[in-house]
Design a protein around this ligand. Sequence first.
Ligand code: UDX
Length: 446
Amino acid sequence: MKKQTISVLGIGYVGLCTAVGFASRGYNVIASTHDAEKAAKINKGIPPFHEPNLQKLLEETVQNGLLNCLINQTETAVLETDLTFNAVGTPSKPDGSIDLQFIETSTYEIGKALNKKNTYHVVIVKSTVVPGTTQNIVKPILEKESKKLCGSGFGLCMNPEFLRQGSAFEDTMHTDRIVIGEYDKKSGDALESLYQDFYGKNIPPTIRTTLSTAELIKYASNSLLATKISFINTMANLCEKIPGADVKIVATAMGLDKRIGPLFLNAGLGYGGSCFPKDVKALIAHSKNLGYRLELLEAVESINKTQPLKAVQFCKELLGNLKGKRVAILGLAFKADTDDMREARAIPIINQLLEEGANVTAYDPVAVPIAKTIFENKIQYASSATACLKNADCCLLVTEWDEFKKLKPEDFTKSMKQPVLIDGRRIYDPEEFSRKMKFTAIGLGH
Ligand code: UDX
């Protein structure tokens, strides 16, 4: 059977991993973006962001002609393929609610293209959108512009993704579940059969449901993960008031309970990134509009806002006044294995340190170029962890990169002015480190 052809709009993490994923299994994929610079990189086989395991397959799929990225050519993308995944960005408005402008403009373009098409085409919303968006915004625009009826004239699905940056490609290829929200059975059948062909015998559990249930599944999943993090951070803060208590052991023991599970119970400086902060805020705003206050998620969000500033508080407890003190920051990215600094915990921490008059030097294996666009020359940038620690009065570990996990107490003590370390991600053994230096960590009772 001839493989179906696929178009993908938007080439952020979701769009690009979807495009490369299908192309790597032999599907012809056309991507389209408004960003000419990104398109040029992709067509040379270079990922526009740091993401492990993506480069090689991107290069291969571009070289063998299975993936082609166009600039602003939604019409061609739709006319020349059987299904379109819409993966454009859905940022936040200043009040936290979702900004659907990119979804609206891209849907308008898809609709116009569908008007010129004589064969059945399925439109799949892959972007994270609040419940009701596909039914109440996407469908009417598509019907108006295509002058066709949804269901008979074209298909419509909502198919959220659950990929994590840093393992985005792996997650795309080996997802725990597929969620298909469908306007009608024909649309859902078309998408499920694409996934059956893609995964073969190894197809993950597939949930078929309504468009809005699919939309909510994404928000509910991210909100629960964010809740686990704020929950364990609350326990960490409590542990600090209980002599001898250690949140890491609390979390390990809790995680052995099958009903709880071990993941997303790492206490630290809170969650950042392009999803959790945005999605939790968007769901709070959406629910408020529906007349229901999400008090639980309001608490999750407010705990996450104050958590990073604890690092600065620790600094002040250990050093006193921070004016003129050299603080070394290890890790700038919002988590390891990415250069993404969106909502990175390093941002409020560094801003607060600067406000207190500290001199900040930072190092990150990959995020320094992005950090320079944020902090410019307000801080110094080091080219290695060792260089960052030189003459520092205090070191703050902010991101859990593997290369930092390998550091020993001596790596800190030999070049710092004062051997003071604050472990914001619980990667160091408190016993070993506190024997050799002034050491404190999130969630450790004294
Ligand atoms: C998340 C979801 O995991 C993914 O399913 C969704 O599609 C997009 O959002 P991502 O933002 O890439 O993925 O990163 P994730 O690994 O979930 O981490 C998010 C943040 O939470 C990071 O800042 C991380 O450091 C923090 N975190 C994570 C913790 O503080 N503790 C944990 O136990 C886990």
